[in-house]
Ligand binder design. Structure first.
Ligand code: ADP
Ligand code: ZN
Ligand code: MG
Length: 489
């Protein structure tokens, strides 16, 4: 290709997500191995001893179908497990039980906000969602004397692992980030995975190629592995798109290969040329029965689907008049969306509820590392606080202080207002006295003269002076009226 050709990126992501089942995929060991001593959550089955028989975890099948339905996939009537054979020390049996030609689902899609226009969405195809088992964990060590060796922890072996294969429909690293965020939000909404990338419960391999803009045929793809955060995926893709462009511009060819992301250096390095499916000698797992997925079961699972993040985001925009960004934030987790809706149900206006949550509540949650569902400031408290402000019993100025106290103590806002003496002064006689005092003060005479000379902004200064006298507790609307009465009369 000539230097300066305009290229388009083509990206398809493969995501592995660990399922939140109680037990492992084919044995009775606990699937919650985090924090356990290495090699203690194991049994002959997940250790891959000869002669043992696997048993299918039906909850894992259920969760995979639930995910597939959330991703708009078709669920076939028959599915089966296959052996994927390869040799690597983390694979206890020498084969992984996975799914090859009859996966649990196919042909779905997921919607991401359109990067050109946040009010629109773009569909990214989902090729398939299938179920397999996780492998053991290898830790590569270099000792002080320079020897290198690997430590193995089998606890992870046999944990149910769902693979979500995406179509090559993504066109930029930003879209890849949006896809991952959306997928993670969906898995969390339906409760099938923690989808936590740092803990290894959500892992992404990124396939990327480039082609001259306008060309239909795909270019040769590179599979990038080893990214440990969403940011790393985005950076690795940017690096790789740039690298491929330079290779083509300088007259070279892209070879299909697997490359590893090296976080510290911010580069991808060649690992191996890509294996073909026939290298794995896939064949049906003889120790497991094929699965018949009755329509009743599938429909029963479908009926458990909650409203998903993207439809919820659009509904929030429509019903509550929120901006695309505010609606995104408020639907980022199901718990936060529920919190918002409950605040409204308790009598707060939607706009006020959104403002308080987006500004103050999220800041307090973040600063204290609290999850919204654990917050001592309940939706009822927040609604009560908003009602106090609306009815003039609490000033907008004092409200954040009350909110923070409720957040810290869990006491109702009414009680905090009383305790701190923050009730807004709306008593006319009381306010009149303060207004008179302010108007008599020598330092305010210039502002009074300015106002009488037609300078409207001078009134703001005087309102401020009254607010200061009352330590922010005066009802600003009433103060305004009283001042005008005195000065205009
Ligand atoms: P493989 O045979 O290497 O497993 P697949 O066709 O099964 O390749 O696709 C694996 C992943 O690679 C999918 O997520 C798919 O979207 C993506 N992919 C396939 N072809 C390309 C391409 N030319 N450029 C970028 N990604 C691609
Ligand atoms: Zn086991
Ligand atoms: Mg493939």
């Amino acid at each position: 290709m000539a230097a300066g050709t305009d290229y388009e990126a083509v990206i398809g992501l493969e995501v592995h997500a660990q399922l939140l089942t109680d037990s492992k995929m084919f044995c009775a060991c606990s699937a919650r191995y985090a924090g356990a001593e290495p090699n203690t959550v194991v049994c002959p089955i997940c250790l891959g001893m000869p002669g043992v028989l696997p048993v299918i975890n039906s909850k894992a099948v259920d969760y995979t179908i639930l995910t597939a339905l959330a991703l708009n996939c078709e669920i076939p009537e028959y599915s089966k497990f296959d052996r994927k054979n390869y040799n690597y020390p983390d694979l206890m049996k020498g084969y992984q039980i996975s799914q090859y030609d009859l996966p649990l689902s196919r042909n779905g899609w997921l919607e991401i906000p359109d990067p050109q226009d946040a009010t629109q969405t773009r569909r990214i195809g989902i090729t398939r969602v299938h179920l397999e088992e996780d492998t053991a964990n290898l830790k590569h060590v270099r000792s002080e004397t320079g020897e290198t060796y690997s430590l193995m922890d089998v606890n992870r072996s046999g944990v149910p692992l769902m693979e979500i294969v995406g179509e090559p429909d993504i066109r930029s690293s930003e879209e890849a980030g949006a896809y991952l965020r959306q997928l993670r939000a969906i898995l969390r909404y339906i409760g099938v995975s923690t989808a936590n990338m740092e803990e290894g419960a959500f892992r992404c391999d990124a396939n990327v190629s480039i082609r001259p803009r306008g060309q239909q045929a795909y270019g040769a793809k590179v599979e990038v592995k080893n990214m440990n955060s969403f940011r790393a995926v985005v950076r690795a893709l940017e690096y790789e798109i740039h690298r491929q462009r330079e290779v083509l511009d300088s007259g070279g060819r892209i070879v299909q290969e697997t490359r590893g992301w090296v976080e510290e250096r911010g580069v991808t390095v060649s690992q191996r040329s890509k294996e073909e499916a026939h290298d794995y000698r896939y064949f049906p797992e003889p120790d497991l029965p094929p699965l018949f997925l009755s329509r009743d079961w599938v429909e029963d699972i479908r009926s458990r689907l909650p409203e998903l993040p993207e439809p919820k985001r659009r509904r929030f925009m429509r019903e509550y008049g929120l901006s695309a960004d505010d609606a995104s934030t408020l639907t980022a987790t199901r718990a936060l969306a529920d919190y918002f809706v409950e605040t409204i149900r308790q009598g707060a206006g939607a706009r006020a509820a959104a403002n308080w949550i987006l500004r103050d509540v999220l800041r307090l949650l973040n600063a204290s590392g609290t999850e919204v569902e654990e917050s001592r400031l309940t939706p009822t408290h927040l609604a009560d606080l908003i009602k106090l402000v609306d009815s003039g019993q609490l000033s907008v100025r004092s409200a954040p202080e009350v909110l923070e106290a409720v957040f810290n103590t869990g006491k109702p806002p009414q009680a905090v207002v009383k305790e701190k003496g923050l009730a807004q002064v709306s008593d006319v006689a009381e306010l009149k006295t303060v207004v008179e005092r302010v108007l008599a003060a020598p330092q305010n005479q210039k502002a009074i003269a300015d106002y009488r000379a037609g300078k409207q902004t001078a009134l703001g200064f005087l309102v401020g002076a009254v607010m200061k006298e009352t330590r922010g507790k005066a009802n600003p609307g009433m103060v305004n009226g009283l001042l005008r009465q005195k000065l205009d009369g």
